[in-house]
Design a protein around this ligand. Structure first.
Ligand SMILES: [Zn+2]
Length: 365
């Protein structure tokens, strides 16, 4: 069965690719195959995916497009799910998980009327490779040496880990925030444009930002990163955690505020959260997935010998297992976005959930 869906033109992306030399194309295929895969998916499915080339990042290593993809309902009243990956270039597994899931989603849309009905009702926005230059260079920072998740104009209230919490010493050290009072990096400004255009103006928006962290477990983190106090929407986060854990009791994710682990400067999701609040968006619920990379390192200690190995599974069966492992979570977020009126707490439940959060994480704060 073929499903009729609206058709979108893709002249922008064709132009971007046409301007790339054969050498550059080969170089990209070797060093950032994720971008090639993304472009292949976009072109192959241009009849259902609406793609924006947000910016073309000009660098010494070539011109790198930053793409956003939109599927589903364009109506501003439709709830929205945003997924981002590759904010830290070396954590390429985040982009790979997102691309693998997108491929599945696009294949299923050919025959799965249930999924098609779901996407008729929500807007799905994807930014699979936020930091293409960093990914090309296999480094955490962007092409300017700036850590995109330390770069937002927001300072931590309290002690942050030395260097790791963000610093202004210079781009020669990791976790560099960029210059004080400077503009945000182009990648972050592009993301902010997407937020303004398609996320903050929706009654409900959830976000999943995919990363790879140094830990034994997969973690779902929600703001704050800049202070220890509970976030305004803490009741909604506890509701989402409860929904997830009741629906999938065998899951392996820890669902927690980032601040119980460490504070950091310049966190993008803290920044966007307060932008959303300033615009009186009722529900904006960003989550960061930190895939536990020690899960694969401990089985293959040789990976300790290279940086990429710390953040990305390098043995084929382990790699495909990671690509499969998070599909359930991503599908859950689609369903939770559509069905948010069924699980968002009312006033009475919210009081109980706030108390739960205090007991779990914020006692005495
Ligand atoms: Zn990261």
């Amino acid at each position: 069965m073929t499903i009729q869906l609206p058709r979108f033109a893709t002249p922008q992306i064709q132009q971007v690719i046409a301007q790339r030399s054969t050498d550059a194309q080969q170089d990209f295929a070797q060093k950032i195959p994720e971008l090639m895969e993304l472009e292949r998916l976009i072109l192959q499915h241009s009849h259902i995916v609406n793609t924006h080339t947000e910016i073309l990042l000009e660098s010494a290593w070539g011109n790198f497009p930053l793409y956003s993809l939109t599927l589903g309902n364009k109506n501003p009243t439709a709830p929205t799910l945003l997924m981002t990956g590759g904010m830290h270039g070396i954590e390429r597994i985040g982009s790979q998980v997102l691309l693998a899931w997108l491929q599945t989603l696009l294949a299923r849309l050919q025959w799965d009327s249930h999924l098609q009905q779901l996407l008729d009702k929500i807007q799905l926005v994807l930014v699979p490779i936020l930091n293409p230059v960093g990914m090309y260079l296999n480094q955490r920072a962007n092409g300017n040496g700036v850590d995109l998740n330390r770069n937002a104009p927001i300072d931590a209230e309290g002690r942050v880990p030395l260097l790791g919490g963000g610093h202004r010493l210079g781009p020669f050290l990791p976790w560099y925030r960029g210059r004080k009072r400077g503009k945000m990096e182009a990648e972050n400004i592009a993301l902010e444009v997407i937020m303004q255009r398609q996320i903050f103006n929706r009654p409900f928006a959830a976000v999943l930002d995919l990363h790879s962290g140094l830990g034994m477990q997969d973690r779902l983190w929600f703001p704050h990163a800049y202070r220890k106090k509970a976030i305004g929407n803490i009741a909604e986060y506890v509701a989402m955690k409860t929904l997830w854990e009741r629906s999938y009791p065998n899951h392996t994710y820890l669902f927690e505020p980032q601040s119980i682990h460490y504070l950091s400067h310049g966190d993008l999701w803290d920044y966007f959260y307060y932008q959303s609040r300033a615009q009186q968006q009722p529900y904006f619920l960003p989550l960061t997935l930190e895939m536990g990379s020690w899960l694969w390192v401990k089985k293959s200690p040789r990976q300790l010998l290279n940086m990429a190995g710390l953040f990305n599974p390098q043995i084929q069966h382990r790699h495909t297992r990671v690509l499969r492992r998070h599909i359930l979570l991503l599908d859950f977020l689609l369903a939770a976005t559509l069905n948010h009126p069924h699980w968002l707490p009312d006033e009475k439940q919210a009081g109980i959930f706030r108390q739960t959060a205090n007991n779990l994480w914020f006692n005495g704060l």
